[in-house]
Write a protein that binds this ligand. Structure first.
Ligand code: NAD
Ligand code: GLY
Length: 367
């Protein structure tokens, strides 16, 4: 039986539009899709150890089946691989494997592999094309689209990077079936973020899902990709402030994630805490209704995402991380708040004391 036709979303940009293909059974067509998207016949297939063991052979077979030469690059799983050292290692493996200016990078994995491999593609021989094959919810709804690539420094998350748009995103929803329960649930933090800032009705679709079951998620993934694509089209390099709205929940969330030590907490788990703090500040300082904040919180709890900050985290430590974050400018933190469901804005008016208060209130249980 033939696989159903994929859902196609296009990211329309002045310097190169690209398609996001979503649906089950797409991995087999990776080679043919890459050949349609770009001329390169030599490929660095970058993955992490976990994803490579599950899906690497099928991805390589699909590329080789289309006549491409594949150099396999496998990095350890987890956030710690988003580093300058790992980027250098990938570039060196590509060079040793004979992959130069005319090669293609294929990122097979979650947001970590996508951000790292995209960054490698941005800098290798001053830039080669790349294709995203996202394998987590976070990557399918968010990180594979929009061209933000980069690595972390010990000082903070994503502090080194480049805007480099992919030639194609191929999101095979079957690949989500192998996600462990915790990694499956964490991805919904970014879905819930999209709902809060752009599509409040999507919260109903989210809480209707059984977090234990593996549904066909392609339509929900596509709904999120459409939200992200329209924002990226309107503010590709985060200059007007529109794209910054995607950082809702990420200011304190990134601070907590960095403070936990990379890999200490999953990205979506830290963002869940960041969302609670951002909702709290939105209710207090932007007029958001408590009812909507509680509705978003119910969605986070539906996916058993953390909403209470543990005693191991000091408020001061998280605040220090914020001062090193890209969102801190000329002494003021640019903080995304919600004034109403689906209506977010960037505020520079919050004081450090107000932000510290929100972090402190994360220590209290919700129920
Ligand atoms: P991840 O890439 O670390 O994946 C989580 C875990 O799931 C890893 O251990 C991985 O090996 C495993 N895994 C991945 N796919 C699997 C599969 N199909 N089956 C079994 N196991 C699988 O984490 P993530 O949550 O996907 O991404 C988080 C990263 O994405 C963070 O670094 C974050 O900063 C970044 N991010 C970037 C953007 C962007 O716009 N560039 C947006 C959001 C998040
Ligand atoms: N995930 C935030 C962005 O892509 O802008």
């Amino acid at each position: 039986m033939n696989a159903p036709l994929p859902i196609v979303e296009t990211v329309s940009l002045p310097h190169g539009s690209y398609q996001v293909l979503l649906g089950p059974g797409l991995l087999d067509s990776l080679g043919a899709a890459c050949r349609r998207a770009c001329a390169a016949m030599e490929v660095a297939l970058v993955s992490d150890e976990t994803v490579d063991s599950l899906h690497g052979a099928a991805a390589a077979a699909a590329l080789e089946g289309a006549g491409m030469r594949v150099v396999h690059i496998v990095v350890p799983a987890g956030e710690a691989s988003k580093s300058m050292e790992m980027a250098e290692r990938c570039c060196r493996e590509m060079t040793r494997g004979g992959l130069g200016r005319n090669s293609l990078v294929v990122a097979l994995g979650g947001g970590v592999v996508g951000d790292l491999a995209g960054f490698v593609a941005a800098i290798h021989y001053r830039g080669v094309p790349y294709v995203q094959v996202p394998t987590t919810i976070v990557a399918q709804v968010d990180s594979s689209v929009g061209g933000k690539t980069g690595v972390n420094l010990a000082e903070g998350k994503n502090l080194v990077g480049a805007f480099h748009q992919p030639k194609l995103v191929l999101a095979d929803s079957d690949l989500l079936a192998t996600l462990p329960d915790r990694e499956f649930r964490e991805g919904f933090a970014e879905v819930i973020k999209h709902a809060a800032i752009r599509d409040p009705e999507m919260l109903d679709a989210v809480v209707a899902l059984d977090p234990q079951a593996r549904h066909d998620l392609a339509p929900l993934m596509a709904r999120n990709v459409a939200i992200k694509a329209r924002i990226v089209e309107a503010d590709t390099e985060e200059r007007s402030g529109l794209r910054a709205l995607l950082n809702f929940g990420h200011t304190i969330g990134h601070g907590i994630e960095a403070e936990a030590g990379y890999g200490g907490m999953l990205h979506g788990e830290a963002i869940s805490l960041g969302l609670r703090a951002a909702l709290d500040l939105s209710v207090r300082h932007a007029g958001l209704s408590l009812g909507f904040a509680e509705r978003v919180m119910r969605a986070l709890r539906h996916f058993v995402l953390p909403t209470t900050l543990g005693p191991d985290f000091s408020t001061e430590g998280i605040l220090k991380r914020l001062a090193l974050d890209k969102k801190f400018e000329s002494g003021a933190i640019r903080f995304v708040l919600l004034r109403a469901p689906g209506d977010a804005f960037v505020s520079s008016d919050l004081s450090v004391e107000q932000i510290a208060g929100a972090i402190e209130r994360l220590r209290a249980d919700m129920d």
